[in-house]
Design a protein around this ligand. Sequence first.
Ligand code: C5P
Length: 399
Amino acid sequence: MLNGKKILLIIGGGIAAFKCHDLIRGLREAGASVTPVLTEAGKEFVTPLSISVLSGSKVYVDLFDLEDETQMGHIELSRNSDLIVIVPATADLLAKMASGLANDLASTLLLATDTEVLAAPAMNVRMWEHLATRRNIQLLKKDGIGFIGPVEGSMACGEFGFGRMAEPEQIITAIKKKLSLGKLKGKHIVVTSGPTHEQIDPVRFIGNLSSGTQGNQIAVALLNEGARVTLISGPTHIELPLGAEIKRVESANEMFKEVKKSLPADAFVMVAAVADWKTKEFSKSKIKKNSDKELVLKLIKNPDILEYVSKLKKDRPKLVVGFAAETDDLIANATEKLNRKKCDWIVANDIRPETNIMGGTENAVILISNAGVEKWERMDKSEVALKLVGLMAKKLNLS
Ligand code: C5P
């Protein structure tokens, strides 16, 4: 996937620098070569020796190293790669970049380069939220610097919030996207994921057990193939993929609105477990327990988003994929859905509780299309995503 790509990796001085080890390993496994540049502060967190061993390259540290300058000057070093990646991009490095300082090797390379730059910031949450950092980020984004993260989470300093660096695999995905590599580059794909919540009163809703995992994995696999992904997600606690355009929704109606706004697209993958019904009337006050033994809720049908998109006359995505979660007569029911909703493929799965598929990490699916019925063996949801995205890429590149 990154075969032959040259990455200049600038390692800043932050505790997150330790993640560089896995990042370098991952980049090399994907076929890239890594030339590391270590800042003076970076040396406090990782050693030149470990970075050199992992990257299989000389580690550049000093701006005024005569030996380096005779072999490859800093200007050449700054231009001799496909992408410059800064991991971690500390508040200090970002400030230097934003103001055009060039007082060490890393900042000089960043000022001299004509190559694209991707920064993975990591810092304490207060530093990330500081107005000075906000200003710097804004300026750098305007200058065309790409960013991946930071994400929300617990940090080495013991605080919690935004400032934690993206994980190595997320950075690799962002690198692929930045380099526009992959079989789906230039394609826009809309994915829906997770459950919907249909509010009954201010504190109660109708929901389901969907975790959003399968939809998320599909979004990640699409991003890895270079697609532009819009992920419309119902309420879920899982971390949504960095690099996708994320739209969070609650109800089927909200999802429907966001889907319409996100089109046109080359493909549409409707993984979300949409509630078929919603309450006819939303009660503004909490429904009280009363003396009656029964509470009758009137339900009305939600719009069928998959059917709407499949039957679009204008701007119908070239490939429309639905999912069918069934407890009985899986193939017959899923085939009926394919025919009624007029989508191109249906990914059917058996969600009887004993399969532990809904909300679990594995999936056993059957792909149904006009070409026939294809049973896949049970595998991790990420593998299902990879296989499905592989087929999607083939289909989209043929049509
Ligand atoms: O709920 P059902 O089994 O019919 O879902 C099959 C497919 O239709 C799924 O892809 C689901 O996301 C989609 N769907 C939808 N709108 C609904 C209900 C389901 O798009 N209201």
